[in-house]
Ligand binder design. Structure first.
Ligand code: ADP
Ligand code: ZN
Length: 746
C-alpha cells in the first residue's frame, strides 16, 4: 500500500466538525462518491468489523436502490447521524489508487462536473468489482485408465503432462466426445481442480522483435526512453510526417515503461478500427495490448477493467474513456493523433482526453507522449514555449516519399453537369487503375445527398426535431437525420404540394460518388466505407484488411479511412470537396481542415511508389490549400498561431461555452439571458451572447449559447461557478451544459 492511502481520512462528522479517523481502525463514517450528479460524496456508516480505505469500492444504499461507490478521502456533506446508512459491502477489488482519486476530483473541478459523474465513468463495469470466478477443470491424477481405447489414448496424450484442462476443452482438443472424458473421470484418472481465469491478453515481451530504427528514429526513441527512465512528469510532442514511423518510435518508450514495471496506456482516436495497430503491437511485443472502447463486449470490458486494476494487464490501447481505467502503476501515456477531435467527449462530462492525459501524467509523475503529423495549435504553442519537448521526424521511413499534392480548381475544370468529379480527377483515377494501383476518394459526408428538395414547390426535407436537413441514404431507401437518427422511407411525392417524382437530391455524399465512379469505371472493384456500413466494427475491420491486401481498386470513404491505416497499393488520394470543413465559421475550421487533408492525403504512397493527392476546391488560394500543396506546414501554423494570439483565442486566452437548452425556444432564450445578467463583473473575462446555436434545434431541444472568453490567466471556472450560483437554477425543461475549451461551436 502506498503512503498516501494510509493518510488519515478527514471528513465532516455529523456535528459538522472535522474528525480524523484511520483506515481499518475506528472508522465510523466515510465519504463515498456515488455515480450520480452529486456535488460531494455522501457519508456512510462503516459497520463493525468492516475494513475500508480511501479508494475502496463499496456497495451502498442510495434511495431505494443500491449502487457501487468509491470511498474517498475528501469532505462529505454534513449529515444527520441518525440518517446515516451503513455500507452494505466492500467489494473484493483492489482499491482505486490515490492518484486516480485525485485525478477524478481534478477532472470534476476543471470541467465543472459533479465528481460523482466523473466517478461514474470509472464505475461503469458492474460485475468487475467481484473477482472473476475460477473455472472448474480436470487434471491427470496419476492413475492409469483401466483399458486404453484409441479415443482414450488421445486424451491421455494431452493430459499426461499434468496441466489442467476444462472438460470440454480436453474433449475438443482430443477430438472425442464428452462421455469419453467423463468415463475416465469416473475411474479417478482425473481430479477436479479450479483453473484461474485466463488473462485477457498475454504479457508483452519487450525483446520479442526490436525494430531496426533509422538514425533519426533512434534519436527520437532515445529521448522518449530517457524520459521514461527518469520517471518524472514530462510531455513530449512527437511531431513527424505521416509514415515517418512515430508508432515504431513510441513503442520503444512503451518497452522501457514495461521493463520498469509500469503499466502503459496508448490512446487512439478510432480504436475500433485499428486492427492494424493491434497487429503491429503484436509484431513488436509478441502479444496484443488489451483493448478498451465502446464496442467491446460487456463481459470483455469487465475482464479488462478487473485485470487492469489487478495489474495483470500491462498495456491498454483504448479510446478516450480508457483514461478512467483503474491503473495501479501507470507509468506512461501515449496519445496518438493528439490533434484528433474524437478525443473530445461532448456528453455529460465534457472533456478533452488529450488534455486530461497530460493532467493524469502530472498527477502521477510520469511522461506523456503526444504524437501527430499535424499537432493541434495548443500543442504547437506549448512546444514553442518550451513547456513540451518537441521531437521531430522530418522524413518518411525508408524510400517512401510524400505524395505529390495539387489542387484542382473546380472553376476551371468543372465536373460534367450533375456530376461531382472533375475530369482531372477521373483522368488520374484511370491512370491509377491502369497501373493496377489503388485510389481513395475522400468525402466527409455519409449517405447519398445532404439535401432533398421538391422541384415544384421548393419544399426541403427537414428533421422534425432538429434544425438539420434530412440526408438521403439511397442504399437503405431512407431519409435520415444525422443529429438524432430520425429516419423515414424516401417518399415519392412531395408532402407539401403532393407532386409525384419531382424530388431532387442536392449535393454529394459517399454513396453518390460511388454511383458516379461505378458508372465511369464499370470494371473497377469499389468499396464504400462509412459508419453506415452494415455489420459494424467487425465488418469495417474486414473491409480495411481487404483494402490493404489489394482487394479493391477504388475506395470511397468518410474520415473513417483517413486515420492511421497503411494501404500499400494506394497511390492516389482524391479529396472530393476540400472546402467542406471551411464553411462553418468555426475558429478551428482552418486547422481542422488542414489536419484532415494532411491525414487523408498521407494515406498515399506509404510504400515507396510515386503517389499523388488531388484536392478539388473552389478556393485554391485559401491558406489551407496553399499550405497543403506547398508542404509548408510551418508557415501555416505560424499564421494560425498569430491569428489566435491576436484574437486572444486558446491557447492565448480561455474559452468556455454554456449551452442552454429547453423544450421551447422562449424558455431557452430567457434562461440564457438571465444567466448572462448574472455574470459577475470582471476585467479579465467577458460573456458573449446569448446567441441561438448554429444547430438551434437538436432532438426537439431549442439551444442558445453563451461564450465565456477570458485572458490566459483568468480563472474561468470560478467565474462560471459564480455565474451559475447567482443565475436562475435549472427548472422545468431547462438544462445548462458547461463546455470548457469547446472544440465545436455548433
Ligand atoms: P506514422 O505513425 O508516423 O504515420 P508508422 O509508424 O505507421 O508512421 O510507419 C509507417 C510505415 O513504415 C509502417 O508500415 C511501418 O511499419 C514502417 N516503418 C517505420 N519505421 C520502420 C522501421 N524502423 N523498420 C521497419 N518498418 C518501419
Ligand atoms: Zn433530427
Amino acid at each position: 500500500m502506498s503512503k498516501d492511502s494510509q493518510a488519515p481520512l478527514k471528513h465532516a462528522s455529523p456535528d459538522g466538525k472535522p474528525r480524523h479517523t484511520f483506515p481499518g481502525l475506528a472508522l465510523r463514517t466515510v465519504p463515498v462518491l456515488v455515480p450520480m450528479p452529486a456535488e460531494r460524496p455522501y457519508s456512510y456508516a462503516v459497520p463493525d468489523g468492516m475494513m475500508v480505505v480511501p479508494g475502496s469500492i463499496v456497495r451502498v444504499p442510495l434511495g431505494p436502490r443500491e449502487v457501487a461507490g468509491i470511498v474517498t478521502a475528501g469532505e462529505t456533506d454534513s449529515v444527520d447521524a441518525k440518517k446515516l446508512r451503513p455500507i452494505s459491502e466492500v467489494f473484493d477489488c483492489p482499491p482505486i489508487e490515490p492518484q486516480m482519486l485525485r485525478f477524478v476530483q481534478w477532472a470534476a473541478d476543471y470541467t465543472l462536473s459533479p465528481p460523482g459523474m466523473v466517478a461514474r465513468m470509472l464505475l461503469r463495469v458492474p460485475t468487475a468489482f467481484d473477482p472473476e470466478p475460477p473455472i472448474p477443470g480436470l487434471r491427470y491424477a496419476g492413475v492409469k485408465p483401466d483399458r486404453l481405447t484409441e479415443a482414450r489414448s488421445r486424451i491421455m496424450e494431452l493430459a499426461e503432462d499434468g496441466m489442467a484442462w476444462t472438460r470440454s476443452g480436453l474433449a475438443h482438443a482430443a477430438g472425442v466426445s464428452l462421455t469419453v472424458v467423463d468415463g475416465l473421470k469416473a475411474q479417478g484418472v482425473f481430479e477436479e481442480v479450479m483453473i484461474p481465469p485466463r488473462p485477457v491478453v498475454a504479457a508483452p515481451d519487450i525483446d520479442y522483435a526490436r525494430a531496426d530504427l533509422s538514425p533519426d528514429q533512434q534519436a527520437a526513441a532515445d529521448m522518449l526512453v530517457e524520459n521514461v527512465g527518469r520517471q518524472g512528469f514530462s510531455v513530449s510532442l512527437l511531431d513527424g510526417v505521416t509514415g515517418s514511423g512515430k508508432t515504431e518510435v513510441y513503442f520503444e518508450a512503451v518497452a522501457k515503461a514495461i521493463e520498469d514495471g509500469r503499466q502503459v496506456l496508448i490512446l487512439l482516436p478510432e480504436i475500433a478500427l485499428t486492427q492494424q495497430f493491434l497487429d503491429r503491437f503484436h509484431d513488436r511485443f509478441g502479444a496484443k495490448p488489451a483493448e478498451w472502447h465502446s464496442d467491446l463486449a460487456p463481459k470483455m470490458r469487465e475482464r479488462v477493467w478487473r485485470q487492469v486494476a489487478e495489474g495483470q494487464v500491462r498495456v491498454v490501447a483504448g479510446a478516450r474513456s480508457a483514461l478512467f481505467l483503474p491503473f495501479r502503476e501507470l507509468g506512461l501515456i501515449v496519445v496518438d493523433e493528439e490533434h484528433d477531435p474524437a478525443y473530445k467527449q461532448e456528453d455529460r462530462v465534457f472533456y478533452n482526453a488529450r488534455d486530461m492525459a497530460v493532467v493524469r501524467g502530472h498527477i502521477g509523475g510520469f511522461p506523456v507522449v503526444l504524437a501527430s503529423a499535424t499537432p493541434s495549435i495548443e500543442s504547437q504553442v506549448n512546444a514553442e514555449q518550451g513547456r513540451y519537448q518537441r521531437i521531430r521526424l522530418a522524413a518518411r521511413y525508408a524510400e517512401a516519399a510524400m505524395p505529390d499534392l495539387k489542387t484542382i480548381d473546380m472553376r476551371r475544370s468543372p465536373p460534367p453537369p450533375g456530376k461531382f468529379l472533375s475530369p482531372v480527377l477521373t483522368g488520374a483515377i484511370a491512370k491509377t487503375l491502369e497501373r493496377k494501383e489503388q485510389a481513395l476518394l475522400f468525402l466527409n459526408r455519409r449517405g447519398y445527398a445532404p439535401l432533398t428538395l421538391c422541384r415544384v414547390c421548393g419544399h426541403r426535407f427537414q428533421c422534425p426535431s432538429c434544425s438539420s436537413w434530412l440526408v438521403e441514404h439511397r442504399f437503405r431507401g431512407q431519409l435520415m437525420c444525422h443529429q438524432c437518427g430520425y429516419h423515414e422511407p424516401t417518399p415519392h411525392a412531395c408532402p407539401e404540394c403532393g407532386t409525384l417524382d419531382h424530388l431532387v437530391a442536392c449535393g454529394p455524399g459517399v454513396e453518390r460518388i460511388a454511383e458516379e465512379t461505378a458508372a465511369a469505371f464499370p470494371d473497377a472493384r469499389i468499396i464504400v466505407l462509412s459508419s453506415d456500413l452494415l455489420g459494424g466494427v467487425k465488418r469495417l475491420r474486414l473491409e480495411l484488411e481487404a483494402i490493404a491486401k489489394g482487394e479493391a481498386d477504388i475506395v470511397i470513404g468518410t474520415q473513417l479511412v483517413a486515420k492511421g491505416h497503411n494501404f500499400p497499393d494506394m497511390t492516389l488520394v482524391g479529396v472530393v470537396d476540400a472546402d467542406l470543413g471551411l464553411a462553418n465559421g468555426d475558429p478551428r475550421a482552418a486547422e481542422r481542415t488542414f489536419q484532415l487533408l494532411n491525414q487523408v492525403t498521407g494515406r498515399a504512397g506509404r510504400t515507396g511508389r510515386k503517389s499523388i493527392g488531388l484536392l478539388q476546391t473552389y478556393q485554391p488560394d485559401h491558406p489551407v490549400m496553399r499550405a497543403i500543396v506547398s508542404g509548408d506546414a510551418d508557415a501555416f501554423y505560424a499564421r494560425e498561431i498569430e491569428e489566435r494570439e491576436r484574437a486572444g483565442l486558446p491557447p492565448f486566452g480561455r474559452l468556455a461555452a454554456l449551452i442552454v437548452s429547453a423544450n421551447t425556444r422562449g424558455e431557452a432564450e430567457s434562461h440564457a439571458r438571465a444567466l448572462r445578467r448574472a455574470a459577475p463583473s470582471s476585467s479579465e473575462i467577458a460573456v458573449l451572447g446569448p446567441a441561438e446555436a448554429p444547430l438551434a434545434l437538436i432532438r426537439g431541444r431549442h439551444r442558445f449559447r453563451l461564450l465565456v472568453h477570458g485572458t490566459k490567466r483568468a480563472d474561468i471556472q470560478a467565474f462560471i461557478r459564480t455565474l451559475l450560483a447567482a443565475g436562475p437554477k435549472e427548472r422545468g425543461s431547462v438544462r445548462v451544459q458547461v463546455d470548457i475549451d469547446p472544440q465545436s461551436f455548433l
